[in-house]
Design a protein around this ligand. Structure first.
Ligand SMILES: [Zn+2]
Ligand SMILES: [Zn+2]
Length: 385
């Protein structure tokens, strides 16, 4: 264990107690061969597997990596060096996310509609950790276990395709599953932020083609969320209104950057977009995370997410690589109330065969230089379908 022996007994930063979600979805939890949790989701209770037997021989789980705090920025950096020793990787021609079949053992030993399971080689976890306040003075030489939880969420048993190609009901089930995982992971000790996301496309490093996303449950608030949550708190204190309320008002009355406007949710290209393609999908009601949505809100959010992704794919002759990132309110008192759930979809694609790479200004300084106007991007996306 890389941390000092008393790291788990330091005074904990209290975590917000999490209210039970209003949304419910039929689900059943089981265990994989090495003890990892796997949760099946279905539209109907009757479609859940009752018994799940993983035929693989029982095995101990790998140890954890370490967390170090960058003394210059205060950011936590996870070192997943233990993953270098991965063993027993499935052959490259066998998809670990297709349902298991005789003679082909995947990660999912039963038929499913949507399924979430703990990552076999997680960057965070399997143990949990209670980290100290990040504003403490830096301590070089002190590290902590990289606690937390990393899960994989498989959208469909079908190997080919993408989220945008699923039926609307299928995307709605995916979001209900993400809402359930958000509620469950938020309740784990020491978790400060739950981040569901998807990397799509070989150009941005996806190695598995089967349509899937991931969920990271961090024991700290990520740098981006810390920065945006603090600005949201400042805006609320100063104006009495939430920042997202005011932004939505402006986007809807201007209209130049709106891509799709629904009854409960609006998708727009942000005023100061960082990426060649960037869309934010924001609920009209102030909700902290997916678990706080009503059924109607979630259903429309799924339809609009699918629509925006289909528009990205319609821009060029080949599918557009993207990162789809769910920003959810951190589980920390004082930061949670002002922050609002929103989906950020970004792509580095600048043209049919051109990607934006993060070079000196962006990578070292976090100072983005854009080469397309957000208004032009919004127009192209509106015209794409
Ligand atoms: Zn449950
Ligand atoms: Zn597959």
């Amino acid at each position: 264990m890389p941390s000092s022996p008393n790291s788990r007994r330091r005074s904990p930063v209290s975590t917000v107690s999490f209210e039970p979600a209003a949304l419910t979805v039929p689900h059943a939890a089981h265990r994989l061969f090495d003890g990892r949790e796997i949760v099946f989701f279905a539209r109907e209770e009757a479609d859940l597997p009752s018994a799940v037997v993983d035929p693989r021989a029982p095995e101990e789980r790998a140890g954890h990596g370490e967390l170090r705090q960058d003394p210059l920025t205060g950011d936590w950096i996870a070192m997943a060096t233990h993953r270098q020793n991965r063993t027993h990787l499935p052959p490259a021609d066998q998809c670990p996310l297709c349902p298991s079949a005789p003679g082909r053992e995947s990660e999912i030993p039963a038929d499913f509609q949507v399924v979430a399971f703990e990552n076999r080689f997680p960057s965070l976890g399997p143990d949990l950790v209670d980290l100290p306040d990040p504003d403490q003075p830096p301590e070089i030489g002190r590290s902590y276990p990289a606690g937390g939880r990393c899960e994989v969420l498989v959208y469909t048993p079908e190997h080919q395709g993408s989220l945008a190609q699923l039926e609307p009901e299928e995307v709605q089930l995916v979001l209900r599953a993400l809402a359930q995982r958000t509620a469950a992971l938020s309740a784990l000790p020491g978790i400060r932020q739950v981040f569901p996301f998807e990397n799509r496309g070989e150009q941005i490093g996806t190695t598995l083609h089967h349509p899937h996303g991931q969920i990271y449950a961090y024991p700290y608030v990520t740098p981006t969320t810390l920065k945006t949550a603090r600005r949201a708190v400042e805006h609320l204190d100063r104006t009495g209104r939430t920042l997202h309320h005011d932004l939505l008002d402006q986007e809807l009355s201007d209209g130049a950057r709106v891509v799709v406007a629904g009854d409960h949710v609006t998708a727009y290209v942000p005023w100061a977009a960082r990426w060649p393609l960037e869309v934010h999908v924001v609920p009209h009601r102030h909700v902290a995370d997916l678990a706080a949505l009503s059924g109607d809100e979630l259903d429309e959010l799924a339809v609009i997410q699918r629509d925006v992704l289909a528009r990205l794919d319609a821009l060029y002759s080949t599918p557009t690589p993207y990162i789809s990132a769910w920003h959810q309110a951190p589980l920390v008192p004082g930061l949670r109330d002002a922050a609002r759930l929103h989906l950020q979809i970004v792509s580095p694609r600048r043209a049919e065969n051109k990607l934006k790479y993060l070079a000196g200004s962006e990578a070292a300084m976090g100072a983005f230089i854009g080469d397309v106007s957000p208004e032009e991007t919004a127009q192209r996306l509106r015209d794409a379908l």
